[in-house]
Design a protein around this ligand. Structure first.
Ligand code: ADP
Ligand code: MG
Length: 146
């Protein structure tokens, strides 16, 4: 599925609506450059899951946990030096836990990801990279590199 958005608000709304399909145990692997919109997408997912708390990027903590209709585990693994760090914070327990996991920069922990994750790749549109994005959602977890 490809979603084209013309503004940050549209990306947020698309994520919020997509969250309606999620269930506990789902893992969303996010791909895209710095500033692509991964965190914004995560914020929309959180609202869609019924999280009322403000969601900010967990860059320095690796994971933030939120309560919602379904718990939401938001990872940003940009700064990890070694995938081993993920095992130290109990990544497996989150993956097989009661909530939805979303991982920004999932390519950095590729070897630890389950096979059945949902991948979301965000790219800036060529004709309007400031404001427009193409969001490619795939059910098999593979990064879309086109
Ligand atoms: P990332 O987590 O991928 O580094 P962020 O979500 O933190 O990115 O930031 C995305 C930035 O891009 C925000 O400043 C947002 O306002 C801007 N932006 C502009 N247009 C869009 C769009 N269509 N969708 C998502 N973000 C957009
Ligand atoms: Mg981010």
């Amino acid at each position: 599925m490809i979603i084209h958005t013309n503004s940050p608000e549209e990306t947020y709304a698309a994520a919020k609506s997509f969250a309606g399909r999620l269930k506990k145990g789902d893992v969303i692997c996010m791909y895209g450059d710095l500033g692509a919109g991964k965190t914004l997408f995560a914020q929309g997912i959180a609202e869609g899951l019924g999280v009322s708390e403000h969601v900010s990027s967990p860059t320095f903590t690796i994971v933030n946990e939120y309560e919602g209709r379904i718990p939401f585990y938001h990872f940003d693994v940009y700064r990890i030096a070694d995938p081993e760090e993920m095992l130290e914070i109990g990544f497996d327990e989150y993956l097989f836990g009661e909530g939805v996991c979303l991982i920004e920069w999932a390519e950095l922990v590729g070897e630890l990801l389950p096979e059945n994750c949902i991948s979301v790749t965000i790219t800036r549109s060529e004709n309007n990279p400031e404001a427009e994005r193409d969001i490619i959602i795939k059910a098999d977890g593979s990064e879309d590199t086109e």
